[in-house]
Design a protein around this ligand. Sequence first.
Ligand code: GDP
Length: 441
Amino acid sequence: MAFDGLAEKLQNTFKNLRGKGKLNESDVKSAMREVKLALLEADVNFKIVKDFIKKVNERAIGQEVLNSLTPGQQVIKIVNEELTELMGQTQSKIDFSANPTILMMVGLQGAGKTTTSGKLGNILKKKGKNPLLVACDVYRPAAIKQLEVVGKSLDIPVFSMGDKLSPVDIAKAALKHAVKNNNDLIIIDTAGRLHIDDNLMVELEDIKSSVKPSEILLVVDSMTGQDAVNVAEVFNERLGIDGLILTKLDGDTRGGAALSVRAVTGKPIKFACVGEKLTDIEEFHPDRMASRILGMGDVLTLIEKAQESFDEDKVKKLERKMKSNDFDLEDFLDQLQQMKKMGPLSDILGMLPGMNNKALKNIEVDDKEFLRLEAIIQSMTPKERKNTNVINSNRKKRIASGSGTKVQDVNKLLKQFSQTKKMMKQFTGMEKKMKKGGKLK
Ligand code: GDP
């Protein structure tokens, strides 16, 4: 999970503060020393750490904190607010006022530009855009093919003209193509280099002046910490970027780039990528990220993920079935599959308040269990799924061998299912009673 190392250290520091009934100046100062160390170890820019600690100290040592009934909480609140401020205060959105909107993706080779172009197209398509991906990376072998594969798997058209023409010509032709085909969003995947070099910058400047992108988005690998911040400074000076997309946040335990890049460049982080799958992209919300780092959870992102993953018609059907008490294993399977779409269980649980790394380790977070349950249900006949009463011991043996599990596993699943059903019955019964009593609408 992103920021694990930093989150754990900060949470430990604050656990000590929370435990104290009253705080004095030296308590706050020593906590802030720990916060400072944690931020430096997380590879946050030194000057930014210094300013940050100064601001928090000034606010935290103020009378209203030390005299308050919950001084520890007040300090955490201040740190939360200042972390949020550091990352840009509010969510920064893409400006879609131009039609078509042209997003030019830039960054070093390997940062994740091509993958991110696809991810971005996908998340914006879900919001109603009609994107066109444009392959302008004519240098990296296989970059064009890679974009085509990404586009195909997302059902997003890809405009390419091979690697013989100049990126400027390709970009211009793509623009015409998009207008003709009603694509209101153009995402241009440009070439990167292993290091910043002048040729690259000149080429990007040429594309910029010829297609006049609505936004230039810099893709940086957050795992490279301060290097990513330095790269961002140079790209911003040369090209004038409009925002950043951080990739590989899933592997970034430190968080230095995410915490410093906004303050150093003055440009907002617009999206964060958290895995290799094409759905592993999130809008970047500074306040939610700060809460996650401090172990306060990110319930809002969790709700959004659920809304995206759950099919509304299926939810309605499920509700009806719950009410009429004919929820069967087919529905159970459906539910499992929809939950799986939300991502690994550990990531989902990680967004709940109080769920730090340690807490997660204590819970058996086993995504394989999902697969096992799925395999067992899939080995049942439709009749068995509708009515579990027909599953006698012979059938259990057949289901176990068909799903590569044991009879005990089948029994466990049947028990879980019957408990779920019982719970649903109680719940709907309760709801009916409350309705009768006029307590609910
Ligand atoms: P490009 O050279 O900038 O176009 O980079 P690519 O899009 O080819 O990505 C380089 C590598 O990083 C690929 O193996 C991607 O799968 C991987 N990658 C990109 N984004 C992420 C991410 O958010 N998390 C992880 N774990 N891997 C990523």
